[in-house]
Design a protein around this ligand. Sequence first.
Ligand code: BGC
Length: 768
Amino acid sequence: MSVKPLSHKSWVIYEDGISREKMRFQETIFTLGNGYIGVRGILEEGYEEECAGTYIAGIYDQGKGQSSEIVNVPNPFRVEVYINGKKLSMDNMKVVEHRRILDMKKAVLSRHTVFTDAGKRYEYQSRRFLSLRNMHLGVLRFSFRALDGDAHVVVKRIIDGTTRNEIQAVGEPIKHYAVTHASDTASGVLYLEARTNDLGILIGMASSGDMVTGKFQPAVETKCYTNGESVVREYCFDARKGRRYRFNEYISIYTSHNFEHDVKSACLNGVELARKQGIARLLRKHVRAWDRRWQNCDIGIEGDLPAQKAIRFNIYHMLIAASSEDIDVSIGAKALSGEWYKGHIFWDTEIYILPFFIYTQPEIARNLLLYRQRRLSQARINAKLERYEGALFPWESAASGKDETPKWWRGPDGVLIEVYTRQIQHHIVSDIAYAVATYRGVTKDHGFMLDYGAELIFETARFWASCVSYNKKISLYEVKEVTGPDEYHKGVDNSSYTNYLARWNLLYAAELYNKFLEMHPNRLKKLSKKMDLSQNEVEKWRDIGNKIMFLIGKNGLIEEFQGYFGKRNDVIEQWDKKGMPIYSKDEEELKHTQLVKQADVILLLHLFPNDFTADIKKMNFDYYDARTTHLSSLSPCIYAILATELNDIDKAYKYFRYAVNGDLKAYFGNTELGMHAASLGGVWQLVINGFAGVRVKGDILSINPRLPRNWQSLEFKLVWRGNNTSFRVSGDKVEVLLSSRNKKIKLPMSIYNKACYIGAGKLTTVAK
Ligand code: BGC
């Protein structure tokens, strides 16, 4: 069983016509990537509004900035075409036709534009991709036609070393590298080399090109030269009316970061090899790699074409953000599609994005977790700096694992605000531990737990044990002065989300310790020695875990933090056309109210679905839904999941439509700054945990679908315990197909609350 290839329409995103106001938005939407390189969807020639962003995963620099940020490296895709000395560009000429198409199945961006000048039309077309088969390779094909008469043409292929990180919340744009070498080789290959400011990471880019000559080869004068910080190959020729002139370009990018060989040779070999293969072959390989990538994670929705397309768009943007190779990086809040949040990695990755990878491409999830594990030593230092024990993962992380949270940031209304999530938004510690546990639960990758996970779990538990304070009067442990997910209320005591996760972290660690004691005593001995960990310390974790304050009333209502119910009891009273709240955005005022920025208590109920009864879920949902502003894109998807659990499918669908289109239709309001990566993952969870009702209950995968009314069917795939499993939900039945080499395998599942065992290779159908 495979997801039915619905119409081609559900795989493509179009732009028809050009709009200056939307340029930056389109750049984000049309980002290409292969997990290593991300390139915003700029027009090759440039224009006034452009934010030409090229990012390489893991390359950060601080320079004069507040903290280190992902470097906007040189732009290797620049093309300028001059007609009788005038550049083809929307800044100089009128655009009479313009269409771009992002093919999400193939990750190829194509373009067709016609400019007019002095009554004559000029056509420019291009197609580009970043190879998924070879992450160091980019390919660009472009062509030019003078439609209404002969013209003298100059085409410039440029590696542009003038880019900089333009978007700063505070201060001026920053150029995070200096061009150290720009040259062309005798064979016309362009090469540009730059070094980042602080660490001196070498970034090399080579570009080799051909003007594709047919029968009617014009007399072409070609020359290469460096132009300040850029390197240029120029073709000069007389174009005949109506004839198409084609160019192929092969781009190779390497850096010295985690790479022991000579960067320049790697780039030059890269373009030579690519050129030998030719574009058609490279494209075929790239498309095959993408086919494989989609195979395990596509979602098929029948009966709702806009949703089908939008969900693929969400998945596409997660896929281009993650490398299938272990390159010691994680996914930033804007993935590789923009500079906002400085390319920093937040809890967004572990709580929102990671489940998608855990369930569909566990090898990638493993690499993302290794990114944290490799920064465990730094997390220990972070804890010490703040006078804690164990490991304190930073609220915002970049290359080193130090806390990179900037001191100042600009709020949604443009006002400068002091940021103090750094010292107190500690829930990230257990969010990461939670992700390790989820990975283990779904994959049963015990090796990972033994080699890496356990140490992280123990060190995070140790952090919490040092973070709590004992309140003798009530005989409970408290966590003071933290910020939970709801950032309107900063520095609060006993945030329910934080305390519940801390409790879970401590108890999970104690349980894991006991399991290891039984099953891997030698490994545990070694680890305990390394960590100076004793059974007494573990018993203390258990004790604290059991006695951590959790503010749940007799009626089941959870107080977001101590004193929350004493705040002004504002509720949402107005909604916009999309059904989203309208409210005052003054944070100074909001902090005195019960209005909530984003899913907080409700997120807790989603993360621990088996710990709370339906009545408790309903009571809390009703309470917080009336008070949540959804200012953060991390919010609507989670409310929708809870709504599905409560069988309020219309409400769930309302939030789904908003979240799944958040970037695609610019609902989130600032997509021009980059994609909202957490929401992409949250929407995936909404479809799988929410509408499909997939939940893990111990060793059982439980499926309880409740589809929106207009969905005739929903198809999806999961890798459950290492086995590729396909699901199809339609009407009142679920079909499951498990492919496993082990023909004797029988996986316990619960479908519509009916226990069943799924064998390999045979379609199992369960009716409601
Ligand atoms: C949210 C955080 C989130 C961050 C990055 C903030 O607006 O409140 O929860 O981690 O954005 O996406």
